[in-house]
Design a protein around this ligand. Structure first.
Ligand code: WQD
Length: 338
């Protein structure tokens, strides 16, 4: 069965390609290489023994998308990662985000409808909840006005898919709302590529531990949380990747209850910034150089998932602990610098 993975050379996409190939799927990757590298293809091959078919393609070009689908009429499913995802950049350049994250989604759905068979998995984000009123966050929690154009593209993306599924019985879709993906494949052959200064906590930690960054700045310790720092639900990227294969199987085997479903994908456990730092120090055996600075604009105080729906309906559960995820991130950081 042939599955298209857009953004398949990216951090999460590449880990999903590995799990799909491990399950025997034939994978075709589209990636524009704007935030990834061809080395990832080799990493995927080293892990799975198989190199997926790859096409460099900018999904913003509708003609190229149409041409691609004319050549691949046997695609049974799409897992769609290709999108810009830097919150700060989206504030500076909203039209880049609305074009790259939404036009491309419309073109993919239009092509899938032409094929007449649509299993579509959408990479969404807990960012749609904003600061949720209750913890843990369930899928019933209200979607709050987005804090950034990036977050808005995830909300609008879900709406586009939901509205399309409503009037096209051939289209079946699942949106997976990720919490905070961290870590790397245990082989340390693929992971999060360090392009520019890391915006996210864990890559900044591993680069600081390796001496590439001078010091980690902790953005605020005056929040209303037990230790004053923000709380998130950090999930091992391999656990997250496996959730995509389970979701795809649900659609392919017609086990879905509605033709548009949403699932939170997290561990169900919240960890504060300081707890992550302490866990990393245990894992790496090295003290981490950090200091407390002012709050970062747009940060929510607390966000961690209720995973009951995914556990029960998908039969999926995160297996790895925070320490195991941090260890895999540290191993990847060291392997990359060899
Ligand atoms: C986590 C915590 C920071 C860096 C973002 C996007 C979200 C998704 C995941 C794409 C926060 C603190 C961070 C640092 C710090 N991205 N921090 N010092 O903001 O929860 O989510 O990435 O889908 O959409 O919003 O993740 O890793 O940036 O921050 O103190 O150098 O770590 O304040 O409390 P976040 P993060």
């Amino acid at each position: 069965m042939k599955i298209l993975v857009t953004g398949g050379l990216g951090f999460i996409g590449s880990h999903v390609v590995v799990e799909l190939q491990n399950e025997g799927y034939e994978v075709v990757i589209i990636d524009d290489l704007s935030n990834s590298s061809l080395d990832v293809l080799e990493g995927i091959e080293e892990i799975t023994g198989k190199q997926p078919h790859f096409e460099k393609l900018d999904l913003r070009d509708r003609n190229l998308v149409q041409e691609f689908f004319r050549e691949h009429t046997d695609i049974e499913g799409i897992i769609h990662f290709a999108a810009s995802k830097a919150v700060g950049e989206s504030v500076e350049n909203p039209l880049l985000y609305y074009e790259n994250n939404l036009n491309t989604l419309v073109y993919l759905l239009q092509e899938q409808l032409k094929l007449g068979k649509g299993n579509f998995i959408f990479s969404s984000s807990c960012t749609v909840y904003g600061q949720a009123d209750e913890m843990p966050i369930t899928e019933k929690a209200s979607v709050k006005p987005a804090e950034s154009p990036y977050g808005n593209t995830k909300q609008i993306g879900e709406e586009i898919i939901k509205d399309t599924c409503k009037v096209n019985a051939t289209l079946k879709a699942i949106a997976l709302r990720y919490f905070n993906p961290i870590g790397a494949h245990p082989s340390a052959k693929i992971g999060e590529l360090p392009i520019g200064v890391p915006q996210n906590l864990v890559p900044f930690i591993t680069q600081t531990a390796l001496g590439i960054r001078e010091q980690l700045s902790v953005f605020g310790d005056d929040y209303p949380t037990p230790d004053g720092t923000c709380i998130r639900d950090y999930i091992h990227v391999v656990d997250l990747a496996k959730a995509h294969v389970v979701a795809l199987k649900r659609l392919v085997h017609r086990q879905n209850k509605k033709n548009y479903e949403v699932f939170n994908i997290g561990t169900g456990k919240g960890s504060s910034v300081l707890e992550v730092i302490k866990a990393f120090e245990r894992v790496s055996g090295k003290p981490l150089n950090y200091r407390i600075v002012g709050r970062r604009e747009g940060d929510v105080i607390t966000a961690f998932a209720s995973t009951k729906k995914a556990n029960k309906k998908l039969g999926w559960k995160a297996e790895s602990s925070l320490e195991e995820a941090l260890k895999s991130a540290w191993d990847w950081e060291n392997a990359m610098r060899k």
